[in-house]
Design a protein around this ligand. Structure first.
Ligand SMILES: [Ca+2]
Length: 512
């Protein structure tokens, strides 16, 4: 039996808390004019690639213009303490898609678990993961929504960025998918080919090397990001009358692989032509501002289709800022006050923007300091869709916080991360943040985020009880994985492996 919107909202709040609990009307936010429409909310998840904590205006960015995303934040809720599931692409997306934190997720690095990888060959993306790591054996995010009756689609980088065999490209719960099969392929914004479901689509116009060169190429070729947004808008139009889940893992603002030339590709330089910046800085800013317009197009179309109040949009990033794309200048200060960046489990590597907009339901113009992470999206989306969260997930539903009822938010003790690069672990527990590098035998650093968001003052020596608790969590929170076999990393092997060496060098010499 179908429920009215009001009944449905009451169900998702109560269901997230405890069965049978009466739901206060005040918790449900303002009523929409069409509150009797009978449907589950559409869900759109925009996941940017390497956008830093302060990469957009509403999160502290001073120079790069993002008026539409800023307006989205003004019309919704911004979370100041939201975390990606890891500090690099593949394991971050694995945590998001499977609802698992990095101590349980199958993938804990962009690369192979170390066997005998040496420096010279330790940097390649793995395209064929050992069985048991990927494909996942647990229910995925797409499958949760599809099982709840949603039309599901993704536009951009396929799931974790590991190719699925032809015939299996939509196996994880997608009715439709268009984009790049692999992480490596997604560095190219003028691709010679992409994939639509299980079919490879070739762009003749992009074959000319002139089209694929870095920098501004005008309208000579097909810019992948434009293509994805156009197709996303089409999917939205065609499915406006039934609940849909759109996962948009955009390439933006990821730079290019050194193999392709290390400059950024963007069709025009936007409003930055006269800025006294480097050429790369202008390209980088233009890429984000162009994408900001795409976010605006998505919201505009929701309004045109009359489904604005039926649609909840989440905007986030898969890991922290990567300033190598504009040659390490400090122009944009895109991590804001945080320490570190992509590849580190300091806050700058994992704390990322999170904006949620749902007119009439999510209170407008508010910020929340609830600590939560990308592996909570599965339980949250399940609650929004009115179905049970899968039993395997480490996540909790944050729907009570989204609907303005933080007093009814399910509590948790801690958030846990690990990354195989440099054998990093991190724990967030209330105001405390613990981190260690080099494996299970190394000292734990402890920071009080309530007074030290920049993790500049290690207070471990003053709080041995907290450190002891963090040490226990770092042991208990992680279990079985191919990656676990290579922990702790012996000191004599620290410089064998490319990214391990890179991280240890940065820790020693300063993160640039
Ligand atoms: Ca990334």
């Amino acid at each position: 039996m179908q429920q009215s919107r009001r009944q449905f909202l009451g169900t998702i709040v109560a269901g997230t808390l405890s069965a049978g609990m009466a739901t206060r009307r005040s918790c449900l936010g303002a009523r929409s004019a069409d509150s009797d429409r009978r449907r589950q909310p559409n869900i759109i998840l925009i996941n940017t690639d390497d956008l830093g904590y302060a990469g957009i205006g509403c999160c502290g960015q001073q120079l790069i213009q993002t008026p539409r995303i800023d307006r989205m934040a003004a019309e919704g809720m911004r979370f100041t303490d939201f975390y990606a599931a890891n500090t690099v692409c593949v394991p971050s997306r694995c945590g998001l898609i499977t609802g698992l934190h990095p101590g349980h997720a199958g993938i804990r690095d962009n690369f192979l678990p170390h066997v005998d990888l040496k420096l010279e060959n330790g940097g390649g993306y793995m395209e064929d993961y050992p069985e048991g790591i990927w494909p996942p054996t647990v229910t995925t995010l797409g499958q949760v929504l599809k099982g709840a009756g949603y039309r599901t689609a993704q536009f951009g980088k396929l799931e974790v960025g590991i190719p699925m065999a032809p015939g299996k490209m939509t196996a994880h719960g997608w009715d439709y998918w268009i984009g790049f099969r692999s992480t490596g392929a997604a560095f190219q914004y003028y691709p010679v080919s992409i994939w639509r479901n299980d079919e490879e689509v070739t762009f003749e116009t992009n074959k000319a090397s002139e089209v694929r060169r870095p920098g501004i190429v005008g309208d000579k070729g097909i810019y992948s990001e434009d293509l994805f947004v156009k197709d996303l808008l089409r999917f939205m139009r065609e499915n406006k009358d039934e609940p849909f889940f759109i996962y948009f893992p955009t390439q933006v603002p990821h730079g290019r692989s050194p193999h392709d030339g290390d400059e950024i590709q963007v069709p025009d330089i936007g409003p930055y032509a006269d800025c006294p910046w480097t050429h790369l800085e202008k390209l980088y800013a233009a890429m984000i501002t162009r994408f900001d317009g795409h976010v605006g197009q998505i919201i505009d179309q929701l309004q045109e289709l009359g489904i604005d109040q039926d649609t909840i949009i989440f905007f986030t990033s898969d890991n922290g800022d990567e300033n190598s794309y504009y040659k390490y200048t400090d122009r944009f200060r895109a991590t804001g006050p945080l320490r570190g960046k992509k590849r580190f489990l300091y806050e700058g590597g994992i704390r990322v923007p999170m904006i949620v907009r749902w007119p009439g339901h999510v209170p407008a113009g508010q910020t929340s300091d609830l600590p939560w992470a990308a592996w909570d999206l599965m339980a949250t989306f399940a609650a929004l869709a009115g179905v049970e969260r899968p039993s395997h997930t480490d996540g909790i539903s944050v729907v009570p916080s989204l609907l303005g009822c933080p007093d009814r938010q399910e509590a948790r003790e801690y958030l846990y991360w690990e990354c195989n690069q440099a054998k990093q672990q991190a724990v967030r527990m209330g105001r405390w943040k613990a981190v260690r590098f080099g494996g299970t035998e190394e000292p734990i650093e402890l920071y009080d985020l309530s007074v030290d968001i920049g993790e500049g003052n290690n207070v471990a020596a003053h709080h041995p009880d907290v450190v002891a608790k963090m040490r226990r969590i770092m042991i208990q929170a992680r279990e079985g994985s191919e990656y676990s076999k290579y922990w702790p990393l012996p000191k004599h092997r620290r410089n064998d492996i490319k990214w391990d060496q890179w991280i240890f060098d940065q820790l020693k010499n300063g993160i640039r």
